[in-house]
Design a protein around this ligand. Sequence first.
Ligand SMILES: [Fe+2]
Ligand SMILES: [Fe+2]
Length: 291
Amino acid sequence: MQTSIAAFKRPRVIRRTSATFPVRRIGNDYADEGFNNALPGQPALSHLFAGISTFFPVGERFMIASAQSVRDRIEDPLLLADLDAFVRQEAQHASEHTLVNKHIARGIGMDHDEICREVDALWRWIERNCSPRTRAGVTAATEHFTGFIAEVLLRDVEFIDSIPDGKAKQLLVWHAIEECEHKAVVFDAYKEVGGSELERVALMALYTLPVVLTASLPVFRLIGGHGDATNLRSWAGAGNALVGRWGWPLLRGYLNYYKPGFHPNHMPTRELEQFWRDRLQITDDGIKTHG
Ligand SMILES: [Fe+2]
Ligand SMILES: [Fe+2]
């Protein structure tokens, strides 16, 4: 199925930057979009994507603050430009997902900040108790998660084509492209402020279980709240996708972070990003590619 551009409000470049990527906005209205049925016949998988959407704004707020906390220690002008563009891209993601999340949370009678309260509490605890460098290290780890998950999804053209054309699909692809575009920025900033290899992998190892557990709770709330907890066919479908279809690529992507000397650009996605920008006709002639 070819993506129908007519179904979308195309992302617009709102800021040409001297960074290696531009900042874009969609500005959709999501009042009529059924995010908990984005994948027809697959409620558990739909709730998974909706649940992930619920905690993006609080996660992006944490990552923006972390990036800004080390900004005054960055001297490389290109990295500074990328860091500022990273902040602006994440701010756009947060504002778009906030519009969506009101409807997702209301669907089970919750407020959008209540549905993801545990993972928000985790990020706020890290903010209160850790140094700017450690927060940058945790943000680099978080960006690794979003980067490899985005890559696995964008490489699965058949899966994305199976999502009915609409705002949910557009939001997913736009956000995934930009996560790939800026995946190395905070990593480089963390290195520039003195993050060591040992600390980098230790932070990922310590952070993984708490973040995965707390970030899973909104998904389970949506599954329970929509009465899908006992829908075994739906669980089987989600398990098949998460384990059978994406299990190994996701695990391999995660484990890459533990390789000595790892850098996010060791997982190249420039061609993949371009493929999807072309497919969604996202005009970004302000972009410069990494060498
Ligand atoms: Fe984001
Ligand atoms: Fe990101």
